[in-house]
Write a protein that binds this ligand. Structure first.
Ligand SMILES: Nc1ncnc2c1ncn2[C@@H]1O[C@H](COP(=O)(O)OP(=O)(O)OP(=O)(O)O)[C@@H](O)[C@H]1O
Length: 605
């Protein structure tokens, strides 16, 4: 029974997981990613590199000082003075290395944090300017994952990975040259283990990379579910769907856990493999090195230096494996970040956009055809005209295309064919920013941001004075309820304004729109039933709000519809009737039926 229920649950929650972006290591992409370090090329980058070079040089020189100078010269010749100098020199070098290391870590961290800050800012600014279609196609959770998780996963790469990569490469090349100059035979003997290392890094690396990509996909799914669960918690609780919700959460959570486990297990194999080859190298050193000492080819000092370098040799190799993993994870994350950054707003500014300084507010649709998804047509050749200062009501069944008309006026989308004009300007030729400055939208479910009531009204025009904010609230009929709140205008509301009633939220959104004082007002009237007293207040506020501007109202209330200068009745993406209330009633068509239906409903109540 429970299994059956669960499969139903799984069908209910379907999230489109992010695409697997499985591309090989891509230099172009890496160069683009590292391009974010360019602003720091004159300070943090060279400073960090200098510190890395100092610590690396010290590490390279110490084995020679110990093996060749201390053992083969000072100790062999019993030169106490030289020994003293060597101790002082080695001590001095270690101190310099300590100081350099301190600054290396400090500057590398700063560099990493700065790059992450810039990247996140760039991504957010870009995403914020993308068109509505982008948000139609993605869940808020999956967008959050890219802005937070994917960018965080690059943090380690920029903080440690990149500069350490340089340190390890310098160290490896340095060690190789020193070893070769000390004893080419012994170096070549030790190098036979290099092909094993190569095999490990090529075979394992592909596997590890795929696993991390899988982890990210699962995380994205988990985030989407979490986001939706929290947003929809009230519906979940009212339908007592917590168990089903939990079952799905368990499933996604477990999937994420399993994929992370598998990825980290593969990851964990890397180091032991490297250490195994290290042991092999040591065996070769002891066996072959001892015979070279016996036949006098190398000194004890050279052997000791070799042992030191060998210990150091595997450290950068195994760390390179780690950095490689970071790079692979960084590749997967940066691919996903760049995918967003390369997303062009489908509604884009023309080359020389017309700035709309002052507008009259005349709107015209010329044979507008529009589809959201190229599959279904939402508007099928709509032509209409809204004159300056008119109140226009859009009426029609659900899904008939009313909101779509509003979306096209604000240019959230461009028509598939036909034109939308404001004051005779085709919207495609107009600067989007200047157009939207003249438009305010009041939605049914107004979005209230976390902050104070005052801030939420100010959102309409951030440069407004306190008097203007209060006047707008007064005119919108919102001041009365605001004054009754514990801290008046300074009352904090959480995201979405849950502490306010639907009617209060409406009044607040009116105040916000009034403050913006737009030439064009688009309003989706609330359908929720509001008590008569609030209804009267809203009607009064509405009159103030509509005065002196072109208003397009997706109207549900008879009172609003009746007072509109012009009414467009929509059906199936087409305007089937137009005129004022009296004219349309006389027509006895669809509008007449709609009004009748409303009256019958009211009678029934
Ligand atoms: N973002 C979207 N992506 C794809 N299709 C959409 C999108 N938004 C709306 N549609 C579709 O376009 C058509 C018109 O929708 P629209 O929102 O304009 O209707 P409406 O008349 O405002 O309905 P309602 O009164 O229910 O708000 C509908 O068939 C709807 O399913």
């Amino acid at each position: 029974m429970s299994k059956k229920r669960n499969s139903k649950v799984l069908n209910r929650f379907h999230y489109s997981t992010d695409q697997v972006i499985d591309k090989p290591f891509n230099w172009k992409q890496m160069t683009r990613l590292f391009g974010y370090m360019l602003p720091y090329k004159k300070n943090l980058v060279p400073l960090s590199i200098a510190m890395v070079l100092i610590t690396t040089a010290v590490r390279l020189v110490i084995p020679i000082l110990i093996g060749i100078y201390t053992l083969d010269r000072a100790v062999k010749n019993k030169d106490a003075n030289m020994l003293l100098w060597l101790v002082a020199l080695i001590g001095g070098l270690y101190t310099a290395s300590y100081v350099a290391n301190f600054f290396r870590i400090r500057w590398m961290n700063q560099l990493g944090q700065n790059v992450i800050y810039d990247l996140r800012k760039h991504l957010f600014t870009h995403v914020q300017n993308l068109s509505h279609r982008f948000f139609d196609q993605r869940s808020a959770g999956s967008i959050l994952v890219r802005i937070m998780n994917d960018i965080n996963s690059l943090q380690e790469l920029f903080t440690n990975g990149v500069i350490n990569l340089l340190m390890d490469i310098v160290l490896l090349i340095g060690i190789f040259f020193i070893l070769f100059s000390l004893s080419p035979q012994l170096t070549l003997a030790i190098m036979i283990i290099l092909p094993i290392m190569f095999l490990i890094s090529t075979k394992l690396r592909k596997n590890i990379r795929r696993s991390w990509q899988d982890v990210r996909m699962k995380q994205s799914k988990l985030n989407s579910h979490l986001n939706e669960s929290i947003q929809g918690i009230r519906v979940t609780q009212s339908f007592t769907q917590e168990k089903e919700n939990m079952a799905f959460f368990d499933g996604v959570n477990d999937e994420t856990f399993q994929s992370w486990k598998s990825a980290s297990q593969k990851n964990a194999m890397f180091r032991p493999m490297v250490e195994l080859t290290n042991a092999l190298g040591t065996a070769v050193l002891i066996w072959y090195g001892a015979s070279l000492i016996q036949n006098g080819t190398i000194s004890i000092g050279v052997f000791v230096s070799f042992a030191f370098y060998l210990g150091m040799f595997w450290e950068p190799i195994s760390r390179l494996g780690q950095v490689y993993n970071q790079l692979l994870m960084g590749m997967a994350s940066s691919e996903r970040i760049f995918e967003f950054l390369d997303e062009k707003p489908i509604v884009s500014e023309s080359d020389q956009p017309v700035e709309l300084e002052d507008i009259r507010g005349e709107i015209k649709f010329e044979k507008v055809v529009f589809s959201y998804d190229d599959k279904r047509t939402a508007l099928k050749g709509v032509s209409l005209e809204m004159k300056e200062g008119q109140t226009v009501a859009l009426v029609g069944h659900t899904g008939s295309g009313k909101t779509t008309i509003a979306n096209l006026i604000s240019r959230f989308y461009d028509p598939t064919s036909g034109r939308v004009l404001v004051d005779g300007h085709d919207l495609k030729e107009v600067s989007i920013g200047s157009l939207r400055k003249h438009i305010s939208i009041v939605l049914q479910d107004t979005f209230i941001f976390s902050g104070t009531i005052y801030d939420n009204i100010l959102f309409g025009r951030p440069d407004a004075t306190e008097e203007e904010v209060r006047a707008a609230a007064e005119a919108a009929g919102a001041s009365e309820f605001i004054k009754k709140l514990p801290n008046g205008y300074k009352t904090e509301v959480e995201e979405r304004g849950n502490i306010l009633s639907v009617g209060e939220r409406q009044l607040l959104s009116f105040a916000r729109a009034l403050l913006a004082n737009p030439r064009i007002l688009i309003m989706d009237e609330a359908t929720a039933s509001i008590d008569t007293e609030t209804e009267v207040k809203i009607q009064k506020a509405l009159k103030t709000l509509l005065k002196g501007r072109t208003a397009i109202i997706i109207a549900h209330r008879l009172s609003t519809i009746r007072e509109a200068d012009n009414i467009f009745v929509l059906e199936n993406g087409m305007i089937i009737e137009r005129g004022n209330h009296a004219q349309l009633m006389e027509l006895e068509g669809e509008y007449h039926d709609l009004v009748k239906a409303q009256f019958n409903m009211l009678d029934a109540v």
